[in-house]
Ligand binder design. Structure first.
Ligand code: APR
Ligand code: ZN
Length: 363
């Protein structure tokens, strides 16, 4: 078809099968759509969730939903951006008209939340699906105009990419959901791109004790670089260790950035009476949590989640971009691997093994 383009992308053919780089065919942007040349894309745990059975997307599936690039073409009726603009991709564009959007909570927009949607075809013509409306681990993508957020051209693409998922989510959990204030104590469990972003935001908020926790000792360096005051390897003595760092009471806030029932329970026991647990990780449907009814009453703790950092990406991504450019938000501790698209399958393997934080693909 005229305007179609063949580009390389990271494609998962089916669940539990390792993804591979393949050629895909993308249509030209239609009315209200834009084409973006991707310049950098992060590999996020939610990409792994697409293929490990946590979510049930349609296949074949282009992975990737954390990216930045340059607008190359705009379809008819698209005045939001123009060719040449640098943009961050938004995997949860808000409709601005549903009940949640009207209530000021675009992260719950009725139109968002599907793991995959149809777009383009494989090179041999099979219908293709893209992750979270994007499929951003690709040389180019075609998306609705509301899925792009203009950012200053001075912002490096690798850092810009992270603003679209890990940073927006982790920072938003601290600022928008927990509203951490100066002097408060926090514990952050799970130090991938999301958890390390929460550490950055806790330091920026002036938190007193910032206890960073992971199963992997290798996360100590990135955690301390991001601003943690303490690092603990998660084991059976974790709750006691957190308490001893927080005057025996427990932390004011705990952030669960793993996405597992057991770590939500640990987070719950790590906070003081009246403290708050923020579930940032996306767990599996059949992974249940167990809390004592008496303890829920007596502890006075609050359990809530933070979806996409309870952020309005159109408002918050430009603010985060400004902070990065001003040097007040240094996201470099998140980037542990800089790779090419051909190396992206190995980045998915690292997520399985819990190695490193963000692998960022440069195009
Ligand atoms: N206790 C502590 N840390 C753990 C545990 C555990 N039981 N299990 C895993 N971890 C650590 C891993 O070692 C890793 O450092 O959690 C971290 C998860 O990091 P990533 O896999 O890089 O995940 P990330 O992309 O940061 O996303 C975290 O947020 O948005 C959601 O879907 C996303 O659920 C995922 C979570
Ligand atoms: Zn993500």
């Amino acid at each position: 078809m005229s305007g179609d383009r063949l580009v390389s992308a990271l494609l998962a053919r089916r669940q539990d099968q390792p993804p591979a780089v393949e050629r895909i065919r993308l249509p030209a942007p239609g009315p209200g759509e834009v084409r973006v040349r991707i310049r950098a894309a992060g590999v996020c745990h939610s990409d792994l969730a697409m293929i490990d059975g946590t979510l049930a997307p349609s296949f074949p599936l282009v992975l990737g939903h954390e990216a930045a690039g340059v607008v190359t073409d705009v379809g008819p009726g698209t005045d939001r951006v123009s060719g040449g603009e640098h943009v961050v991709l938004n995997w949860s564009p808000a409709c601005r008209t549903c009940w949640h959007c009207a209530a000021g909570r675009p992260w719950f927009c009725d139109t968002s939340g599907r793991p995959s949607s149809a777009r383009g075809t494989t090179a041999d013509g099979e219908a293709l699906h893209v992750t979270l409306g994007l499929g951003a681990l690709a040389e180019e993508i075609v998306v609705p105009r509301h899925a792009v957020i203009p950012v200053p051209a001075e912002l490096p693409f690798e850092e810009a990419a992270l603003l679209g998922c890990a940073v927006l989510t982790g920072v938003g959990a601290v600022r928008n959901t927990a509203r951490v204030t100066a002097g408060e104590s926090v514990v952050i469990i799970g130090l991938g791109g999301v958890g390390l972003s929460a550490v950055l935001a806790a330091r920026d908020a002036g938190a007193g004790r910032i206890v960073a926790v992971d199963v992997a000792e290798s996360k100590r360096g990135p955690a301390m670089a991001a601003g943690a005051t303490d690092f603990l390897v998660s084991d059976g003595g974790l709750v006691r260790a957190v308490r001893s760092l927080t005057d025996g009471r427990g932390a004011d806030h705990a952030f669960e950035c793993v996405g597992r029932g057991k770590t939500i329970e640990t987070a719950w026991r790590s906070v003081r009476r009246g403290g708050g647990v923020i579930v940032v990780g996306m767990g599996a449907r059949d992974d249940l949590i167990s809390l004592s009814a008496l303890d829920v009453f007596h502890s006075g703790r609050v359990l809530r989640s933070s979806v996409y950092g309870a952020a309005d990406p159109d408002r918050d991504v430009p603010l985060l971009a400004r902070d990065v450019l001003a040097g007040t938000l240094d996201v470099s501790p998140l980037i542990t691997h800089r790779i090419s698209l051909a190396e992206a399958p190995s980045a998915v393997d690292r997520l399985v093994r819990g190695e490193g934080a963000r692998s960022v693909v440069s195009f």
